[in-house]
Design a protein around this ligand. Structure first.
Ligand SMILES: *Cc1c(COP(=O)(O)O)cnc(C)c1O
Length: 424
């Protein structure tokens, strides 16, 4: 891999340069299994680091508050058109600064204070922004939760969801997750939303790349009205958010108005340029191969965990992520497992499991996934080996020799599969 040299930072700012070099080394020498992370191409990084960061461009293409928008209009329009094509949407807003910002803008655009949202319980896989009590948005809107019927299969309790929806009359029925390994029954979500007159929204932050690459169903094909997403997870773009509207122009206009001027100021045009570049990459046939491989690789890891009798929440995976009950199966906490694996060169995160007997700061589970290692070129064989090494490390946690052997094998894998600059 051709290393970027950061010449100017090196000369001008030793402290930041040292941290940057540390991060370069950390990313190169460890395996990234956090399912919300990925490695972007050099082209995406160039766009993200470009002079578009200099420009104020409040407003939207063709209707800006400041002059000098010949080129910002071009890149934002490219990003919008590519996003629409990738997801089969009629409208796209590419300005949200992140996934949380996209969700907040979506809520404010579609709801009045006090209105109700029916979303997935956090401990069953939902995201903080879907109504967790620690978030401020819960002081403004009323969040009601649905859960899995059975954590062993991952099936959502749709009957209960319908009952609750009839009772609380939500204005939004919200699908989407950050720690749920199975596919949702989109038709059921939409039918429940339609029955109670709610807008059907799916937060595709985690699986956007799978949808764009044709490796997962597109919620729009089942009648969802709006999708929110991040652009930096499986979609492999710069950090950022996006809101897509399938066909309803009124909704799309409300969303545009709420993103700007409702909530945000000037868009980060360097990030939008990087989004455009990433969406261009996602339109290539090679991205389809990538998206399929993410799933195959997750299945390969599932197989090893099942063979080794480690409990997986949802009973396995249909997407890119897995959630293992290490406390129940191996007798160590999620936090302990996270730290131990970090020591051998595997980065992942502790995570609460459904109806966790432990607290959120040291829960029972670990969450991991394959988007980043698939970008690195790992196939099923390597992923199965990583799963074996994880289990080996967790089982033999008191043997220094065993841990050293795992660490050196991980290091060797990282050398064989360097982080690529571009994707074929
Ligand atoms: C990651 C994630 C978000 C938040 O994205 P940020 O860019 O971190 O703000 C929102 N929703 C879901 C489902 C996510 O997984």
């Amino acid at each position: 891999m051709k290393k970027p040299r950061y010449e100017h930072i090196r000369k001008q700012d030793k402290q930041v340069y040292a941290a940057l070099m540390g991060e370069e080394k950390r990313e190169a020498e460890g395996l990234e299994l956090i399912p919300s992370e990925n490695y972007v191409s050099q082209a995406v990084r160039e766009a993200n680091a470009s002079i578009f960061t200099n420009k104020y461009s409040e407003g939207y293409p063709g209707r800006r508050y400041y002059g000098g928008q010949q080129y910002t209009d071009v890149v934002e329009t490219i990003a919008i058109e590519r996003a629409k094509k990738l997801f089969g949407a009629k409208y796209a807003n590419v300005q949200p600064l992140g996934g949380a910002n996209a969700n907040i803008a979506m809520y404010f655009a579609l709801l009045k204070p006090g209105d109700t949202v029916l979303g997935m319980d956090l401990s069953h896989g939902g995201h903080l922004t879907h109504g967790h009590p620690v978030t401020y948005i819960t002081k403004i809107f009323n969040f009601v939760r649905y859960k899995m019927k059975d954590p062993e299969t991952g099936e959502i309790d749709y009957d209960d969801m319908r009952r609750v929806a009839r009772k609380v009359k939500p204005k939004i029925v919200l699908a989407g997750f950050s720690a749920y390994p199975r596919e949702l029954d989109y038709a059921k979500f939409v039918s429940i939303a339609r029955e109670v007159g709610a807008i059907a929204v799916m937060d595709i932050a985690h699986i956007a790349g799978l949808i764009a690459g044709g490796a997962a169903k597109n919620p729009f094909d089942y009648g969802f009205d709006v999708m929110t997403t991040t652009t930096h997870k499986t979609l492999r773009g710069p950090r950022g958010g996006m809101i897509l509207t399938r066909e309803n122009e009124t909704i799309a206009k409300q969303i545009d108005k709420m993103v700007f001027p409702g909530l945000q100021g000037g868009p980060h045009m360097n990030t939008i340029a990087a989004k455009a570049v990433a969406f261009g990459e996602a339109m290539k046939p090679s991205f389809k191969t990538y998206a399929k491989q993410i799933r195959k690789n997750a299945k390969a890891m599932e197989k090893v965990f099942k063979r080794e009798k480690i409990r997986l929440i949802g009973g396995g995976t249909d997407n890119h992520l897995l959630l293992a009950d290490v406390y129940g199966s191996l007798g160590l906490t999620g936090k302990e497992a996270e730290r131990l694996l970090d020591d051998v060169g595997i980065t992942l995160n502790k995570n609460a499991i459904a109806d966790d007997v432990r607290g959120p700061l040291d829960p029972s589970g670990i969450r991991f996934g394959t988007p980043a290692i698939t970008t690195r070129g790992f196939k099923e064989k390597e992923c199965a080996r990583v799963a074996e090494l994880m289990i080996e490390a967790l089982r033999n946690r008191s043997s220094r020799r065993a841990l050293a052997a795992v660490r050196s094998e991980i290091r060797a894998m990282c050398r064989t599969f360097p982080i690529p600059d571009s994707f074929r």
